[in-house]
Ligand binder design. Structure first.
Ligand SMILES: NC(=O)c1ccc[n+]([C@@H]2O[C@H](COP(=O)([O-])OP(=O)(O)OC[C@H]3O[C@@H](n4cnc5c(N)ncnc54)[C@H](OP(=O)(O)O)[C@@H]3O)[C@@H](O)[C@H]2O)c1
Length: 247
């Protein structure tokens, strides 16, 4: 069985680990090349775009892949749409492996918005210290916004960021105590983040709740229709006809 795993997420890394060394399985992990130094991969890896849906369909056909698992980040909407189209074109079995989204609970003060422009509006007119935890990409819309004191946290230094923004390097996972200490030290007044879901970056929400800090939360883009979606590794493995990963 030849499996192409579209990665760039902790789900893809977990799936790669679970597929490594399995008899009868040849798996390839594909990364966009967004992170300068990606973590080592336990399975063969390629890096770089395919050239749209048509390019990906060609890649699947030429590589004789029978299975495509889209384990990209929940906000990587373009590659997910391309994957759905390419899998249809190439007649390849296609599944999505993604983490469940975060939900607000008692004590949370969230404003949920659909786009970065709406997030800016939700911040209101008063100047505040905003922790931008949206990754290095997607900051273009903020590149000229000097209405707030921005603190940008990302793995790599962002290409574009708001004027005067302070950059903090940060690679998940983040721990609650560290987040609380950081928020206090930087006097964070609002968090602006994506509803990425998952445990690795959840602590910022728990810290915001503990400190009574409001959160402006970007909702996820819609997933392509008609594709099976799995949230657990064992479910994806079962879908591929494989037994669960050993603990
Ligand atoms: N967006 C986020 O918040 C976020 C956060 C963490 C990690 N990531 C990861 O970073 C990557 C880029 O994110 P994005 O939001 O820029 O994606 P995107 O807008 O959906 O995709 C942009 C282009 O990057 C290429 N690409 C994306 N993922 C790829 C993959 N796994 N393998 C090969 N090519 C890929 C494709 O180029 P072609 O059209 O040329 O094929 C795609 O059209 C994704 O793989 C995602 O999993 C994203």
């Amino acid at each position: 069985m030849r499996v192409l795993v579209l990665g760039g997420s902790s789900e893809a890394s977990a799936l790669a680990r679970a597929l490594a060394g399995r008899g009868g399985v040849e798996a390839l992990l594909s990364l966009a090349g967004a992170t300068k130094s990606p973590a080592p991969s336990p399975i063969p890896r390629r890096i770089g775009g395919f050239g749209g849906a048509a390019g990906l369909a060609g890649f699947l056909r030429e590589g004789r892949y029978g299975r495509l698992v889209d384990a990209t980040h929940p906000f990587a909407a373009r590659i997910s749409a391309n994957a759905a189209q390419a899998a249809r074109e190439a007649g390849v079995d296609h599944a999505i492996f993604t983490r469940g989204e975060w939900l607000p609970g008692p004590g949370d003060h969230w404003r949920e918005v659909d786009a970065i422009e709406a997030a800016l509006a939700a911040l209101g007119p008063a100047r505040k210290r905003v922790l931008l935890a949206v990754g290095g990409a997607g900051l273009d819309a903020l590149a000229r916004d000097d209405r707030h004191d921005w603190i940008v946290r990302s793995i790599d230094r962002p290409v574009a960021s708001p004027p005067g923004a302070r950059w903090i390097e940060g690679r998940p996972p983040f721990a609650l105590d560290d987040e609380i200490a950081l928020f206090r030290a930087l006097r964070v007044e609002t968090v602006l983040c994506k509803n990425s879901g998952g445990a690795a970056t959840r602590a910022k929400l728990d810290a915001a709740r503990a400190l009574g800090i409001p959160v402006v939360m970007l909702r996820r883009p819609a997933l392509p229709e008609g594709v099976r979606v799995f949230h657990a590794l064992d479910e994806v493995l079962a879908h591929l006809g494989l037994h669960a990963a050993s603990p």
